[in-house]
Design a binder for this molecule. Structure first.
Ligand code: 1GP
Length: 240
């Protein structure tokens, strides 16, 4: 089974998935083995690697080290085309469909195709929807787009459905890394109840309670990054 089939299988069985987001600019290569000992004792199912920027081109080196340290699927979550490496298992092929900047709607994707044609990364077409997490995030700055206010739930829902109808295989509701406020449970439920593709939710989730809230509201995959960067003891709350 490939990555996507596995996600679908889990969704059908109601098994929730947790992706840890590793930012190549923030992780120390020497810490990767001990970090993954904790990851493997937790309910983590996927590893996402990426960030809005990668100034020192660390992604490939970091992904190679992670692949040596884990049996979990490693999926690129690239800020732009320069972050793509064939050392990972798959790639979230993102379109920032909440924004109106052609660079992140289609131009980066066109630039990526010659690279993707030459490697075996599993491509996961993903409609990426930036939602206001009450803090200006790197995604906003780099993409030069505005997030959708949480109050505008109709627009969030219609954007998610437009993504699905355009053929995206995953929809990602993103409050932004380090968001003050995660995506509200009512929005997750609204989107979930109308969507047939798996739903990813991330941004600003820092506690087991918030994680459970997102899962119960209908997220199939929750993404957490900052909480682990700030305190690896958080893994203690997430033991298998
Ligand atoms: C960001 O959704 C991810 O792209 C994770 O966000 O770093 O706030 O956990 P946090």
């Amino acid at each position: 089974m490939n990555i996507y089939q596995n996600i679908l299988h889990s969704k059908q069985k109601g098994e929730k998935l947790l992706a840890i987001l590793i930012d190549p600019e923030k992780i120390n290569l020497d810490n990767i083995p001990s970090f993954f000992e904790k990851v493997h004792q937790s309910i983590t199912t996927h590893i996402f690697v990426g960030g809005s920027t990668d100034v020192n081109n660390e992604t490939e080196k970091v992904v190679s080290s992670i692949k040596k340290a884990t049996y979990l699927p490693v999926i690129l979550f690239p800020g732009d085309v320069s972050h793509i490496t064939n050392k990972a298992d798959g790639i979230l092929f993102l379109s920032l469909i909440s924004g109106r900047n052609p660079e992140y709607l289609i131009e980066q994707q066109i630039k990526a195709t010659p690279i993707l044609q030459k490697n075996d990364l599993e491509i996961l077409p993903t409609g990426y929807i930036l939602i206001d997490g009450k803090k200006e995030t790197a995604t906003q700055r780099v993409s030069n787009t505005k997030p959708i206010p949480q109050e505008n739930s109709d627009l969030i829902l219609n954007t998610a459905l437009a993504g699905q109808f355009s053929g995206k295989k995953l929809i990602y509701l993103e409050a932004g890394s380090g968001a003050t406020v995660p995506v509200e449970a009512s929005i997750i439920t609204l989107v979930k109840n109308n969507l047939s593709t798996p739903l990813i939710v991330g941004g600003g989730i820092r506690s087991k309670k918030q994680l459970d809230t997102a899962f119960h509201a209908g997220a199939d995959i929750v993404v957490i990054g900052t909480a682990f960067e700030e305190d690896e003891d958080f893994f203690d709350d997430l033991k298998k």
